[in-house]
Design a protein around this ligand. Sequence first.
Ligand SMILES: Nc1nc2c(ncn2[C@@H]2O[C@H](COP(=O)(O)OP(=O)(O)OP(=O)(O)O)[C@@H](O)[C@H]2O)c(=O)[nH]1
Length: 564
Amino acid sequence: MALSFIKRVFTFGDKPVEDQATHPAPDTAADVAAVQAELEPKSRDENLPVAADPVAQVEIETAGGPSGDVVEVVGETAAEPTEDEPAAILPGVDTSDLGVVPLSLLEAEAEAVAGDDLPPSALPGISPSGGQITDAAVSAPSDQSVTGAEVADDNAPVEGVKQAETETSAKDRGAVHALATPAVEQEASPLVISPLEGEMSGRTEGGVSAPAEANDEPPAAANAPSQSEGPTADAPVLPKGFSTAKPEAEPVAVVAPAKLTWFQRLRAGLARTSSQLTGQISALFTKRKLDEQTLEELEDLLIQADLGVETAMRITDTLSSERYGKDVTGEDVSRIMSAEITKVLTPVAKPLQLDLDHKPHVILVVGVNGTGKTTTIGKLAAKLSGSGLKVMLAAGDTFRAAAIEQLKIWADRTGSQFIGTKLGADAAGLAYDAFEQARANKSDVLIIDTAGRLQNRTELMAELEKIVRVLNKLDPDAPHTVLQTLDATTGQNAMNQVEIFRNVAGVSGLIMTKLDGTARGGILVAIAAKHKLPVYFIGVGEGVDDLEPFEAQDFAHAIAGLTH
Ligand SMILES: Nc1nc2c(ncn2[C@@H]2O[C@H](COP(=O)(O)OP(=O)(O)OP(=O)(O)O)[C@@H](O)[C@H]2O)c(=O)[nH]1
């Protein structure tokens, strides 16, 4: 089943043998020297914060590799942590003064990203068998720290994570701040003590679910009777803000709303576009025969919906040829609109082609800040590794600690290998190291995240070009796929983004994200008509499964407000 799924979603190129011969792996000293020269200087900004090396970090012997930075690799190649090295939570983030280790943030982040799609045991580092997040990688050298082993309890952490999900909304940038904040300070809800169970609820530590006996020194607040004691006559009367109620007694909202199908989410997301459009169209054609003026007005409406002049004209031309001088209903227009949009989108609705004769197949993911690169990488990794492929994720977004950590969580969740480097390090150097490592490990697919950048930031765009150049020197065909993510809520600006990223990074395919939100998906039609770039997938939610192969007709129906 997994194989048939991946065949539906991806295609695997059968590169002829002679093709491989023309692209030998450039292992020669000259190639390496050329790449090394390319990668100088390594750091874009000497002033950027560089934190202590994490314990789980491993110097990768890249035999002349250019980065020279300490690179964290998690997965098969991760080194065992040692006790006498300083531990860190994030690559490049010094956690030595954090106090209580906010492990919950890792868990809550994973859970928040995951939604309810995966069972708790699928969160590596939480389940005892997960083990991807090493003790060292999650613990801090504070006495109060909760080690990975302590947290690897079967039940408590899962409960703690569920609770933390509601309390710890810090994502992305917020997560960085939260990581630097002692977890206790984040507590807002009343301390809940369970006299029967003798443990402090995980939520009291900002979501870290730590059994009381797991700490060397029990927190002062946890002076509740132990499990064996049970409630006694001497039990103190707790002041306001405390409760002896068992957590189970709390009216926790457990009824999850029925999950919509992805098409329903797509339709809901595009409802703004479609209902506005169909409403206006219906109003336009009420008791009017189709004439030049109505055609012109219709064309304006279609252009306002971001569909682009070309597609708007196709629709009005077809409508005119079928119904000129006759009565026209809103349904007539929706039907023609859907058919014409389908014609525009069908040629670009293509599967992402993987050339597994060339390992690793390198996918570079680019796009403007917040368009969903990291999340999409996680979703792709889940599909690929779930189909038995060996996947490595590289945290080339060296600007944001939270982005590095976010990708690491996705790697853990999807069973992918992970390679990251210091905050502020050279992204091209990381790309080089990642490629070498993925090749050495015989990874099938290497997916490289990059920092979000506005298309008008020339120095950042130059950095992106450099990443492409470096990969290209290691393998003339790499990056084999350059994926650009587009935020469906953006509208017209997305066209601009494609134009510029295409020139700079050689974008070879698109993924439109956030089509479940308040999307303005019309622009994808205009982009397809103009650039004719493949659209591989659409994002219809934040969960791991919320990535669907792009289907032209589904999308057209959703925009035209037709039911499936
Ligand atoms: N609703 C919805 N949210 C999404 C989707 N894809 C991504 N997101 C959310 O969009 C936000 C930004 O996503 P990221 O993956 O961090 O975006 P990014 O491009 O890596 O961001 P930068 O690192 O800042 O460039 C996160 O909150 C994601 O959960 C989607 O398809 N639907």
